[in-house]
Ligand binder design. Structure first.
Ligand code: NAP
Ligand code: SF4
Length: 673
């Protein structure tokens, strides 16, 4: 008897039956743009072998003007269709099914040729769109329908018409972006004409025996967004026009409410899809922050949807479904929703991968094969780099001993998990614990490895991590100064006023930890909705109401020496959330300071190169978050003794150390050993 009866139940779509209720949601990985079709095919085939019911590709442009950026992939030529055949054939050979997402970006297209219902520039793009005339609208519809017909020719099992997230079709639906006075604007029946016509023409072009998913924005999270009546009206019209599945879209890209970041509670928006259940007869898919089979099963069992969409979890673990179905759910590598290696890469033009699984989208390059010469490998330090290396080396068939001088694995991950909104790090530490116990790894907790102990190994990997940098600020009587590790681990009590030295990732984390009073809102969907003003779209257009953040637990000032806005170097897709969270809690952020001294009154600073404007930042406690230095003592000692170790993670390079680089470096070394 499976623990996931709802999740693993087949779904009959009429002409085809999906083996389970799991959809791999669309992700733009930038893989298609490499034009390495073997690599693209392997990415999807790996996930098909992992048992997912249906996959949706990253967005493919229906025409040049609709591409997310100039040169975005699409089915424009017979060669494009032949290339996509490589992908679909490989997926079908692997027993999977795949639909192609047709994504017309409208005014979100990052290029000068972008088009939209009205010439209103989006706040997230520098390019003002051209307003389409009647012929221009007809061309867009025809191009989308043609893309669907070509997708069928290329062997796809279906298409997903992207109608949410503030893209082209969504732009027609709301008065925020549609100010037209012709038959495509004005009353809602006019504003929805284009999306409905697109579905009708796609169905006509692709035929009856073809999956047609419509991704419908159920809660726009922007001013002047759709009302709930409009959402229901559209869903019914889309069904009547020929859609076979409706997928849930949550929030426009320009929304100032996080929708998929790690601080968003799990399944935070399943209630929105549930509101639509029973209003249409075709299956509904729910989405956003569903990352374990337990959460997915609960959402389905609660009647929130007929199917769940997960996207990033399939980067973290392509075998998600197979492991869930075979009693190995605890071996599923978890997506912690950090965005660091997926969306942050996508939006900076790099190939997406995964912090937890660096092999994602690198399947052809980073394969773990069995070694022909098993060796005794010692790994010192069970932080992310050391653990990743130990697992990969063990998978290769080496005999691995992992030394950790503290009594627990995890290293800096144990600090991250203490930060409100970063609770998912718990799951990652749990997963590493499980995997280390399942592999043939001799884990020595509480044991400090030295030259003598390491002498008997064929290879030594030093992953001893980092130590906090001491900024050496002069201290007077009564100064209360703490390191971030003592604060986050709860070893010290911090006063009601605090100054934080250093506004990097950890400075921001500590600030969020210090201002949070009540339990983390990430643990309660209601609390989180109140913090961000996410309302029922039946009561508030677009589901947007006033935000009511809890008052801050402390008065906090966050400082840095660089004369720029603190937080500029945080994650590309998540930095704004951290800045907004702290702003909502009244945290003062100062750049361009010199630290002069700390005393019982607080932190004394001056500004600029001339050290002007001496200022006291009143603070009962001063917390040091001034970056890290590599812990290289063991590596140096080994070298002095004539042993050349492999040095990885923070011990190798402390600047901008993060778990992504540590796990990637550890995995790559483990594969190469
Ligand atoms: P970091 O991001 O490199 O920031 C170090 C901070 O210390 C900077 O604000 C720097 O600013 C300041 N600093 C450096 N040298 C100093 C000195 N001698 N005296 C006073 N201040 C000094 O390092 P981190 O905050 O320790 O984080 C480590 C890494 O963990 C980050 O790179 C990040 O990748 C990862 N991380 C990310 C997040 C996140 O994105 N939310 C959260 C946690 C950790 P000035 O030099 O301008 O003063
Ligand atoms: Fe999930 Fe982070 Fe991996 Fe992206 S990088 S798939 S958010 S764990």
């Amino acid at each position: 008897m499976t623990r996931y009866p709802h999740l693993l139940r087949p779904l009959d779509l009429g002409h085809v039956t999906l083996p389970n209720r799991v959809l791999m949601g669309s992700m733009h990985t930038n893989l298609e743009e490499t034009r390495d079709w073997n690599r693209v095919a392997e990415f999807y085939a790996t996930r098909a072998r992992g048992g997912v019911g249906l996959m949706v590709t990253g967005g493919m442009a229906p025409n040049r003007e609709g591409g997310v950026f100039p040169g975005a992939a699409g089915l424009f030529t017979p060669e494009d269709i032949a290339n996509q055949r490589i992908v679909t054939d490989r997926v079908h050979e692997a027993g999977g099914r795949i639909a192609m997402q047709i994504l017309h970006a409208g005014r979100y297209a990052y290029g000068p040729d972008c088009v939209a219902p009205s010439p209103i520039r989006s706040p997230i793009s520098p390019f003002p769109p051209k307003e389409l005339d009647e012929a221009g609208i007809e061309k867009q519809i025809a191009d989308i329908a043609t893309a669907a017909a070509r997708a069928r020719e290329a062997g796809y099992d279906g298409v997903e018409v992207m109608g949410s997230e503030g893209y082209f079709l969504n732009q027609f639906l709301v008065t925020r972006t549609n100010r037209r006075t012709d038959r495509w604007g004005g009353a809602y029946e006019n504003r929805m004409r284009l999306p409905v016509e697109v579905v009708r023409r796609v169905r006509a072009a692709a035929g009856a025996d073809f999956i047609l998913i419509y991704r419908l924005s159920m809660i726009d999270l922007v001013p002047e967004g759709s009302s709930w009546d409009e959402v229901v009206t559209l869903a019914r019209a889309v069904e009547a026009a020929g859609a076979s599945i409706i997928n849930t879209g949550i929030g426009w890209h320009e929304a100032r409410v996080p929708t998929i970041a790690t601080s968003v509670p799990r399944a935070a928006f399943a209630w929105v899809t549930r509101k639509l259940m029973g209003q249409v007869a075709i299956p509904l898919v729910t989405s956003n922050r569903i990352n374990t089979p337990e959460v997915a099963e609960r959402v389905l069992a609660d009647g929130c949807a007929d199917m769940v969409s997960m996207a990033r979890p399939f980067l973290a673990d392509p075998d998600f479904v197979r492991k869930a179905a075979t009693g190995r759910a605890d071996e599923i590598a978890p997506c912690i929703a950090c965005n660091q290696a997926c969306l942050d890469h996508t939006f900076s033009g790099r190939i997406s991968t995964c912090l937890v699984n660096p092999r994602a989208a690198h399947e052809t390059e980073l394969a773990i094969g069995q070694t022909e010469t098993p060796r005794r490998v010692a790994v010192v330090g069970a932080g992310p780099a050391g653990m990743a290396c130990a697992l990969a080396a063990a998978d290769r068939g080496h005999a691995v001993t992992l030394f950790e001088k503290s009594g627990r694995i995890g290293g800096q991950l144990n600090l991250a998990r203490r930060v409100p909104g970063k609770e998912e790090f718990d799951l990652l530490v749990e997963w590493f614990t499980t995997m280390l116990s399942r592999k043939n790894i001799d884990l020595r907790l509480g044991e400090e490895a030295d030259t003598a102990i390491l002498a008997g190994f064929d290879a030594v990997v030093v992953a001893t991590g980092v130590r906090p940098r001491d900024p050496a600020i002069p201290q007077g009587d009564g100064a209360r100064v703490h390191g971030y590790a003592d604060v986050l681990s709860g070893r010290v009590t911090v006063g009601r006023t605090a100054a934080i030295v250093g506004a990097g990732g950890i400075g921001f984390d500590v600030a969020e930890y210090l201002v949070q009073n009540a339990p983390s809102p990430t643990l309660s969907i209601d609390d989180w909705r109140s913090e961000w003003g996410v309302a029922d779209p039946a009561a508030h257009r677009g589901g947007l109401a006033d935000a009511h953040p809890e008052p801050a637990a402390r008065t906090v000032t966050l400082l840095q020496r660089k004369p720029e806005k603190p937080g500029r170097n945080l994650g590309k897709t998540t930095g704004w959330i951290h800045r907004a969270t702290l702003a909502a809690k009244g945290v003062r952020m100062l750049g361009g300071v010199n630290y002069e001294r700390i005393d019982r009154e607080g932190l004394h600073v001056t500004f600029g190169e001339a050290r002007e404007n001496p200022t006291l930042i009143k603070a009962e406690s001063v917390i040091l978050c001034a970056g890290q230095e590599s812990e290289k003592t063991l590596a140096d000692t080994l070298r002095a003794a004539g042993v050349e170790p492999h040095v990885i993670g923070g011990a190798d390079h402390a600047a901008e150390l993060d778990a992504k680089r540590a796990i990637d470096q550890g995995t790559r070394l483990g594969v190469a050993l």
